[in-house]
Design a protein around this ligand. Structure first.
Ligand code: MV4
Length: 467
């Protein structure tokens, strides 16, 4: 049965995005908010809003008893966790289930399995998904590590099994570094995740990060929605994503999609999910699976003409996916730029009050944001303030469209990363589609040049980059 009322356990643009999907489905919405978010847009959009604690996320958006209490008080049928916060917390999904509240996402068992990166790797390998050469599970001793290195050769990368997103990782290029790197990765993992288990993979020097979006209903019907190219990142934070990837041919997409769908079916995956791959120029290798809706889901929505959040809600309510794989057609090209309230050169957060806001429009333009004029961005949370997504018939047209939109986008009162994005969009290697996950490290050397050559348009551009 369709939900009557849904609680959104998140804030910012994604909370608004979920509320809008609920409104279109005729579902009542309950927002939760911290004391720092009384003036937040998601609080104003929802039918009801409940304060769940003080500003620090650990005491509010990550506070399981507080969120569950709000859900009980408001008598919701389901909780949408968005991304971040409790979205990939298997314990939270279990508590929801025990309280007879539908968690809009996969089962707690699948979340737990994919959260253990070494086990996820083993399960995917067993399901016929290509994985990088590496250890079979957790590496316990120096001796085991040396054996793995003997088999696969250097360089290798040591990763935390509880990790993801780059913490607790060590690249090892010479045999003499191995033992110390293992110990360093373990203690970093223990400190960050309370769990010191690590595993080893062959290190790919200049990979592309390409991920496949999947969608599964609760009747075993699974489809993929193509790939997203996510290589443009800095310090493990994605900056710009696009779909399709310039290196993926229809044949590669078909093969990779079939692998992802088969694996998802085999592990009993339900709802929306993303399989992350590294591409070394020849082959794809599974890296990890994200069991949530992702920040960059709009680029997929634009090229396949779908509404992934609506689909998440429908399949969680037990509805079937009403289309088959051949009905999924990728049309045109979409690009997303993540706009952060940060100094574009140093990436230091720049919270503050939005004194004026001009959001461009026109064909193929979408802006997902919770900003409004007069809003004060609190300093406690992620600095993402807007996602600008453009869609066009071809990649070069999409790039031109994104430049036009970012040049006309005026956010006064804070510094934003818009100038950085304009620099990326005019970089010859980006334009040519020649890049790896290391693009921004190379690009950093050019930054002063890029800032000087940023387009003029003083009325708009200079204010958006001033405090
Ligand atoms: C890798 C890799 C190369 N080879 N794994 C980065 C984020 C995390 N999800 C996994 N990451 C990587 N995994 C193999 N086998 C390259 C990265 C990587 C990276 C690693 C260390 C320092 C910076 C990096 C930037 C982008 C990607």
């Amino acid at each position: 049965m369709m939900f009557k009322r849904v609680l959104i356990a998140n804030r910012g643009e994604i909370a608004c995005r979920i509320i809008w999907a609920c409104q279109e489905l005729g579902i009542e919405t309950v927002a939760v908010f911290s004391e720092a978010d009384r003036e937040a847009l998601h609080v104003q959009l929802a039918d009801q809003a409940i304060c769940i604690g003080p500003p620090p996320a650990a005491e509010s958006y990550l506070n399981v008893p507080a969120v569950i209490s709000a859900a009980e008080i408001s008598d919701v049928d389901a909780i949408h966790p968005g991304y971040g916060f409790l979205a990939e917390n298997a314990h939270f999904a279990e508590i929801c289930e025990a309280c007879n509240i539908k968690f809009i996402g996969p089962s707690p068992e699948v979340i737990r399995l994919m959260g253990d990166k070494a086990r996820a790797r083993a399960v995917m390998k067993a399901a016929g998904v290509p994985v990088l050469p590496g250890s079979d599970g957790i590496v316990e001793t120096d001796e085991q590590a040396r054996d793995v290195v003997r088999q696969i050769g250097l360089p290798v990368i040591i990763k935390a099994t509880a990790g993801g997103g780059g913490r607790g990782m060590r690249i090892v290029r010479t045999a003499t570094e191995l033992s110390a790197a293992l110990e360093a990765a373990r203690s970093e993992a223990r400190a960050a995740f309370g769990e010191g288990g690590v595993y080893i993979e062959k290190y790919i020097e200049e990979p592309r990060h390409i991920e496949v979006q999947i969608l599964a209903d609760e009747r075993g019907h699974v489809v993929h929605l193509g790939e997203r190219e996510c290589s443009i990142q800095r310090r493990h934070q994605k900056l710009l994503e696009e779909s399709p990837s310039v290196v993926v041919t229809p044949e590669m997409r078909h093969a990779l999609g079939a692998i992802a769908v088969r694996a998802a079916r085999q592990i009993g995956y339900t709802n929306a999910g993303t399989m992350e791959f590294l591409f070394d120029g020849e082959q794809f290798y599974f890296m990890e699976m994200n069991t949530r809706i992702q920040v960059e889901h709009p680029v997929t929505e634009m090229v396949v003409n779908a509404d992934l959040v609506r689909a998440q809600i429908l399949v969680a309510a037990g509805e079937p996916i009403e289309f088959d794989q051949p009905d999924v057609v990728l049309a045109g090209h979409a690009i997303e730029c993540r706009i952060n309230a940060e100094d574009p050169g140093t990436f230091v957060p720049s919270p503050g009050t939005i004194t004026a806001l001009t959001i461009p429009g026109g064909p193929g333009v979408r802006v997902d944001t919770a900003l409004y004029p007069g809003y004060t961005i609190p300093p406690y949370y992620d600095s993402l303030v807007a996602k600008v997504i453009v869609h066009a018939r071809r990649r070069d047209i999409a790039i031109a469209r994104m430049r036009r939109v970012l040049e006309g986008f005026a956010i006064q009162g804070i510094k934003t990363t818009i100038p950085l994005h304009l620099g990326i969009l005019e970089h010859p290697d980006f334009i040519a589609g020649r890049f790896s996950t290391h693009f921004m490290e190379h690009y950093a050397h050019r930054r002063p040049d890029v800032e000087r050559s940023a387009p003029e348009s003083p009325s708009v551009r200079s204010v958006s980059s001033e405090a």
